[in-house]
Design a protein around this ligand. Sequence first.
Ligand code: SF4
Length: 495
Amino acid sequence: MSVTVFDPRIDTTDTSSTAETTLAAQAATALEESHSAAAPVKKVFVTTQGCQMNVYDSDKMLDVLGDSHGMQVTHDIDEADVLLMNTCSIREKAQEKVFSELGRWRKLKEKRPDLVIGVGGCVASQEGDNIQKRAPYVDMVFGPQTLHRLPELYDQSNEQKGIAPKNRIGTIDISFPSIEKFDFLPEPKVEGYKAFVSIMEGCSKYCSFCVVPYTRGEELSRPLDDVLAEIDNLAEQGVREINLLGQNVNGYRGEKDDGSICRFAELLHYVSHVDGVERIRYTTSHPLEFTDDIIDAYAQLPELVSHLHLPVQSGSNAILAAMKRNHTIDVYIDQINKLKAIRPDIHLSSDFIIGFPGETDQDFQDTLNLAKELNFDHSYSFIYSKRPGTPAAELPDDVSFTTKKERLAEFQKVIIDSTLQKTREMVGTTTRVLVEQVADRHPDCLLGTADNTRTVMFPFEEAQKDELLGKLVSVRITDFVSPHMVKGELVEVLA
Ligand code: SF4
């Protein structure tokens, strides 16, 4: 499932949050440093819709153009030479949103004809050359699996400048060329102590409502050695927390040196042995392959955070069957109970679709009951909307929009109450925190992230700063600040 991962740094209630710490900004700084000597440089602006996979992909787009053409990242669209839109088709009217944004970009291109416009991501993958038909000023179209070919597409579009984009050759590539993308991406560059590592692409689950298998292709895993080499490199650059990324990471089947297959649980063990890696997260997974060996890893690997995001989508077996999720609610609850027996302090989050075709009052009640029973730490919930080309789009959408909205409001109240309760319950406890930065608005405090993704702020002495940044520490929580933020006092350095 495509999911927007909660990032406490962009919590609007967090007054210490800072936009400078986004991945794009980190990439910008790195690129600015590495290319400060080259002039004149082109500037690239990227806008990202959708899930964490897209955030990762956008970062890689900036990397490849920085590496190949020395381009700098800009956050000011008016000074950009290249505009990239990384699109998402998971929500309703995604295509229309893309074309409406492109309409705004068209006006920029009318003023600056040399501007190069590229559209990537899942809408590009679905719409293909239709994008250049509807928006003939778009220079490049590429899919999630071909973003590494962006430098080539850019060169092609420059070489054929006088020709209308729709008549150019080699400026559209939305193929699924196996997993070669990763072989062509530059070495990862990071600032900070956390990094995403993509371990697989695509999804083969074909949930009836989801476009991902059609836009990103079938599941393909990166070879084990490639994943570990990237993590090793990141750890050498100071990264302490690795977030393993994929649409369905527990379907990981990476080839080993000897030709045998490494499954996800085994990968977790390998990653935990990389020098410098202190914390491991993963995003996102499917209950179908949340196997006992993964659950056992929570007993064996302290590096695995005590937080699990396991999308369930509905609390009703009838709806799960219609969604083609291929498991029942009992299976899901059983998995959670096994995990809680091993990690009693585990924090849970999930994804829910409200108002799926055929959802009765009782089905919705079952979903509400599940959320209450499992007391999720936080969750993402959305009103169902048809995605063209998916099997569910053929089902009669028989739940009225008013009912969907009422159910969503009722459901989200349960989730919000639960989030608030969980955050308040942290007061008086001690929690493990990765220390990441000095708080912009409170320079006498450091900020970090707890296992359960809450931002934790605590005071420090200037002399301690270097000793604490990038370390895992234990913090006693003293105050509730906001639903996703707490304040505390340093207890000890853990690692
Ligand atoms: S598991 Fe289902 S919802 Fe998630 S990406 Fe695959 S098809 Fe989509």
